[in-house]
Design a protein around this ligand. Structure first.
Ligand code: ADP
Ligand code: MG
Length: 219
């Protein structure tokens, strides 16, 4: 069973993993009032247990600056999804603040047939998708595992500060991976998960998207 971004973030934040505040709107005016409360610019995303890749489906609108833009995005997302996926169950549309730019990293987990839960770390975008520049360790992670996972990817230079950019908070990322490792240990029914992307900053890091898959028939 695929948990939505909202359900996944709720679960993760209960375990002390830093996710951005994300609210559910079920009608247009609610999306607008949530945007005003959170503060512009905001991001709107489709919330559906049947849609795995929200942007591919036309279900993500970034950098919305006014109530009008939010209203249009709300209608536009629902229209696009209903056209492309007429049978998808729709919970609503999530509203969250547009996060300041950071280095995008991915933290994932899957269950290996031999080793059990394995954590994956990599940089977002082409780094993972095209270059497969990722590192893996078996759960439970030690502090050394977390440190090595970050340092052994080829893109590590980007995290250390590149062309005058400030280095990202590596120890915070290590902490986040250790928390994810204990979260996975404490929740054996979790089959798979992805925090993609996590925005890493000079101070701290925050997951702006999350996807957790729970086993259907586990005891
Ligand atoms: P999906 O992976 O299902 O397509 P995401 O929620 O990851 O959808 O959104 C797609 C992309 O939009 C992300 O990779 C990220 O670059 C950007 N994005 C998503 N949420 C935010 C946010 N709150 N602030 C800034 N950028 C975001
Ligand atoms: Mg994503």
């Amino acid at each position: 069973m695929l948990l939505t971004e909202l359900e996944s973030k709720k679960l993760l934040s209960q375990s002390g993993i830093n996710v951005n505040e994300t609210e559910l709107a079920t009608y247009r005016d609610e999306a607008i009032s949530l945007s005003k409360r959170l503060g512009f610019p905001v991001v709107l995303k489709i919330v559906s247990p049947d849609i795995v890749h929200k942007s591919d489906a036309g279900g993500v609108r970034l950098g919305l600056n006014t109530p009008e833009q939010v209203g249009e995005a709300y209608d536009g997302i629902l229209k696009a999804i209903r056209e492309k996926y007429p049978n998808a169950r729709i919970d609503g549309v999530s509203v969250q603040k547009m996060a300041p730019p950071g280095v995008e990293v991915i933290i994932g987990m899957y269950k290996d047939a031999q080793f059990g839960p394995v954590l994956m770390f990599g940089l977002g975008g082409v780094w993972v998708e095209v270059l497969k520049d990722v590192s893996f360790r078996i759960v439970p992670l030690t502090r050394e595992d977390a440190a090595e996972m970050i340092r052994e990817i080829k893109g590590y230079a980007l995290l250390k500060g590149f062309r005058g950019q400030e280095p990202v908070d590596i120890s915070n990322l290590e902490e986040m991976m250790l928390k994810i490792s204990s979260f996975v240990e404490q929740n054996p029914r979790i089959k798979e998960m992805d925090l993609n992307p996590v925005f890493a900053y000079a101070r701290g890091a925050v997951a702006v998207d999350a996807r957790v898959v729970v086993e259907d028939n586990a005891q």
